[in-house]
Design a protein. Structure first.
Length: 175
């Protein structure tokens, strides 16, 4: 076992001991931390299996040529528009967006598109916009999108070009 795994295992063990001791001693903040973790874990277990099934189907069913055609080096502004629309339909937040972004990259999408997808998935998911508009108003949501989206796309293009110029390649760490 390497040092990173040892530290990770020790941290998980200390966390577990702390939560168990909190329940035993009646320490309120520690108990709340345990309840929050359990609540978060249940939410993840509701979303992630279906999401990873869909990501797996995306990996198998969507051809590399299709991704390269719409999101590759020659996609232009149209690729960014498709990317924002695709990101808007992503359900599950960044838990799902990050594996999809990796899949897009591995199938030939350029870095600017991948960054735009991640930023747009965090910014303009349709369920989130509807929820936001119902509380803060359509005008607020529209202004937020029309200000934020161009900034996300512009920064993604610049970062993508910079990293491509530096010959960045994403590596598989295997962990």
């Amino acid at each position: 076992m390497n040092r990173g795994n040892t530290v990770r295992t020790a941290a998980i063990l200390v966390y577990g001991i702390f939560v168990c001791a909190s329940f035993t001693a009646g320490f309120g903040p520690g108990k709340q931390i345990g309840f929050n973790f359990l609540s978060f874990a249940i939410e993840l277990l509701k979303i992630l299996p279906c999401a990873f099934l869909l990501i797996g189907l995306f990996e198998v069913w969507v051809k590399k040529e299709t991704v390269e055609k719409h999101f590759g080096k020659e996609c232009g502004i149209r690729g960014y528009a498709w990317c924002v629309l695709f990101a808007g339909t992503t359900v599950g937040g960044l838990y799902v967006a990050l594996p999809v972004a990796y899949s897009l990259y591995s199938k030939g999408a350029k870095l600017g598109i991948v960054f735009t997808y991640i930023g747009s998935a965090a910014l303009c998911r349709i369920p989130m916009i509807l929820f936001e508009a119902s509380f803060l108003g359509i005008r607020f949501s529209a202004i937020r999108l029309f200000v934020s989206l161009p900034l996300v796309v512009a920064s993604s293009v610049l970062l993508g070009k910079h990293l491509e110029k530096k010959r960045f390649k994403m590596t598989d760490t295997g962990s």
